[in-house]
Design a protein around this ligand. Structure first.
Ligand code: ADP
Length: 395
């Protein structure tokens, strides 16, 4: 069965075609800068790599280009649009409506649209991707996998904010959590590795966006991103936790308007704001050359993660494993070392040689006798979406 996975951003469209249940990737790619004259299209199969620059006006034109390549006689991997049985969509915000993967109906589309007020950067693009896919692959089942779904198990004591009750009951202001597909995928791998479902795990997703989840017996019970994906850890361009009063000070005393503050906290803060770079590789290189802003930013980043490890170890009342995943978590031995330093109180004891080994597999990098496992687990959100979509349609 061929399953196409789509991840539509405001100006990008990532795609991957799987043959399931074998989990073989038939092709993958991305379109960036949708709407611009010089949009970039990347398409890869095991035989071909294509990279081109052209005008791609909107998501519809983008997905048409993808379909054209999928069906092409020379570089294509399918014969007919009907060969695609399922299109699985990553949808960022499922609000309180969706605690599981869902087949897309008219009502589901309405709800995704309604939730745009909670995720204005993401849900409209996700919906656009769904509408375009329905038009191009009308025979395929369309499935939505929500980033927030895994976190619907978080209890009220953790998801409710201490503001008057009506903001929760009337306006649905609460912690929702994000990166759920990744946290679910790696926590399940960690449970497999530990060999026991009854477990206390902290998953640490460090990419451009960063977040942590406390996972008890396979369920998310707390998470560092809240109402929107800007709180918690220090990220590539997002601030993470700040005192909300800073926003009023910026407005009242420094003359910022709310739109500017939104841009400041989402796009100009985090590692970029602290160092001038948002790619961690550049920051590590500059730190190695003695750049003090970069050295301090890396320390601040690790310090914030340590604080959340402490908080979640308390919430879980114990710890079997911490899990590093995503671009930084999987690749940066430097960050892993900085984060794990001086955490022996929690049974966290890093084996430097294991940490330094460049491997792409699920692995433990703790010392053999350490109480808590330190795992590195490559995430695979697209595969997780494909698996969940197939499970839903089969059952
Ligand atoms: P996204 O959230 O966009 O999916 P990724 O999970 O791909 O992001 O992570 C991107 C981050 O991973 C970037 O900050 C990048 O610098 C970092 N990264 C990738 N490879 C390495 C590496 N070898 N060492 C350090 N950081 C890395």
């Amino acid at each position: 069965m061929q399953v196409l996975i789509l991840n539509s951003g405001s100006s990008s469209l990532k795609f991957q075609l799987f043959s399931m249940p074998e989990e073989t990737i038939l092709c993958s790619g991305i379109i960036e800068r949708i709407g611009a004259n010089d949009a970039i299209f990347k398409y890869k199969t095991d035989k071909t790599t294509i990279e081109s620059e052209s005008q791609i006006l909107n998501h519809k034109a983008g997905l048409k280009l993808v379909a054209q390549h999928l069906l092409d006689e020379i570089v294509g991997v399918i014969k007919l649009p009907e060969d695609i049985a399922i299109v699985g969509h990553r949808v960022v915000h499922g609000g309180i409506h969706f605690s599981d993967t869902t087949e897309i109906t008219k009502d589901v589309k309405e709800k995704i649209k309604e939730l745009s007020s909670l995720a204005p950067l993401h849900n409209p693009a996700n919906l656009e991707g769904i509408l375009v896919a329905e038009a191009i692959f009308p025979k395929a089942k369309q499935v939505a996998v929500f980033d927030t779904a895994f976190h619907q198990s978080i209890p009220e004591v953790a998801y409710k904010y201490a503001i008057p009750n009506e903001f929760l009951t009337k306006h649905h202001i609460r912690l929702y959590g994000f990166h759920g597909t990744s946290h679910k995928y790696v926590s399940e791998k960690a449970i497999e590795f530990l060999g026991k479902k009854e477990s206390k795990i902290i998953t640490i997703h460090l990419g451009n966006g960063c977040s942590m989840t406390a996972v008890k017996n396979g369920k998310s019970i707390d998470h560092s991103l809240g109402f929107s994906p800007v709180g918690g850890l220090i990220m590539g361009t997002r601030s993470g936790d700040i005192d909300p009063s800073i926003i009023f000070h910026l407005k009242d005393k420094l003359g910022y308007n709310l739109k500017d503050i939104n841009t400041l906290l989402n796009k100009q803060s985090g590692m970029l704001g602290l160092t001038g770079y948002n790619d961690l590789r550049d920051i590590q290189t500059m730190a190695a050359k003695g750049n003090e802003d970069c050295i301090l930013a890396l320390q601040m980043n690790a310090y914030r993660i340590k604080k959340y490890i402490g908080a979640y170890a308390a919430v879980l009342n114990g710890l079997d494993a911490i899990v590093f995943t995503a671009g930084i978590g999987e690749n940066s031995k430097y960050m892993r070392e900085l984060i794990c330093e001086d955490l022996d109180f929690f049974g966290i004891d890093l084996d430097i040689d294991k940490n330094n080994a460049d491997l792409r597999t699920v692995r433990a990098i703790n010392k053999d006798n350490a109480k808590t496992k330190i795992l590195v687990i490559p995430t695979n959100e697209e595969l997780e979406i494909a698996k969940q979509s197939v499970n839903l349609i089969k059952n």
